[in-house]
Design a protein around this ligand. Sequence first.
Ligand SMILES: CC(C)[C@H](C(=O)O)[C@@H](O)C(=O)O
Ligand code: SF4
Length: 466
Amino acid sequence: MGSTLAQKTWDAHVVRHNSAGDDLLYIDLQLLHEVNTPQAFDRLRAAGRTVRRPDLTVGTEDHNTPTIAIDRIIKDPSGRRQAELMRSNCAQFGIPLHRLGDPGQGIVHVIAPELGLTRPGMTIVCCDSHTTTLGAFGALAFGIGASQVEHALATQTLSMRRMKDLAVNVTGELPAGVTAKDVILALIAKIGTAGGQGHIIEYRGDTITALSMEARMTLCNMSVEAGSRAGLIAPDETTFAYLKSRPGMPQGADWDAEVAYWKTLRTDADAVFDKEVHLDAATLSPYVSWGTNPGQSIPLDGHVPAHTDFEGEEERAAAERALEYMDLKPGTAMRDISIDTVFLGSCTNSRIEDLRAAADVLKGRRVADGLHMVIVPGSAQVRLQAVEEGLDRVFAEAGADFRAGAGCSMCAALNEDRLRPGERAASTNNRNFEGRQGKGSRTHIVSPPVAAATAVAGRLAAPADL
Ligand SMILES: CC(C)[C@H](C(=O)O)[C@@H](O)C(=O)O
Ligand code: SF4
């Protein structure tokens, strides 16, 4: 019996089979940001250890960084302290760090591909659950906790429990206006936020191969919202074309040899997945979340459900609580929900393609009176590219607030960008739990075109509604 891409990559990195289904894996790259890492460095120091491969370790600043200006001081004392520690720890252990203001700075999951750090067949870890994003390149990329960060820093290895394989097969052509974001929201609505638990997802099928790298990253990003520690896509010509011009890529014959290896990174025809799910792309439409977990999402054409629509006591109780928190009445058309703030950003949707998609909708239009649209680029490079393409002017003319600094911003509200209690946002991020975007905040997860159309309409809308 053949192997899946995930198992092949896993097997290629096993240093030792530990007991009870745990394997010690070699780690090709560890990425760091300022949250969750100070403890790991403290423990390294206390144990008198060094970082084994600082050359395979890269840091960035993203969660706490201000976006209003790139020379702004972090106001929040604990955020400022985290950033200071990130700088002193990276300096002490010789780890390259992309600080706010540097051309390579940005959200860790956005810069890692941009800077050519992510390649097919790698094992990548980072102190952040959305490391799943990098699976878009055919890498095994996991989010890890603080003690694992310490272990990986000290040894360049990590002990991990073997996971099962889940195939998500998506076939058919996506209707106009339907994006990778809608595919992943539809998937989570179908299988639930625990549907992928214990499994590595492989996204397969002609819909997936037709996606750009940016769209594949959006999809893999939210694997963790489906309960999976990792999600990946087999590398193909689209992957190679994205990688070719990235810094540090081999050239000439070395490039050809690398591509020849990458082409072997596929699931064998006779491999068997532990579980398979199928989505028909042609039946999808723009999806919007109504509740307080990403699984509580429905088509924009739909109506707010009643808690009695759900099966099982737990589901019903969760829906009841979500409806109350979100202040929504069952039966309300999703399109009738008024929005205060639109946030275009986060590691799910802050890449150049996302900004272009929003600009296409905003061009020649105005953001609705009283609505605030905040656009935060995922990286300094994305911002630069957007300015080169004149998207900044489109955003300014539409009355949107295109920020100078890159980072997580309003996705997690760890910097100054946050919603007020009761404020309702349409956000292109990936999480909508209670208080995610600020205490008492209400989040509807949407795609970039829906975010832009909503900003114009003042209520949840798709571009076709304008
Ligand atoms: C702060 C970080 C550990 C966290 C994560 O792991 O995902 C954050 O990025 C998030 O999205 O909630
Ligand atoms: S953008 Fe949001 S989801 Fe992504 S790493 Fe930052 S806080 Fe986490």
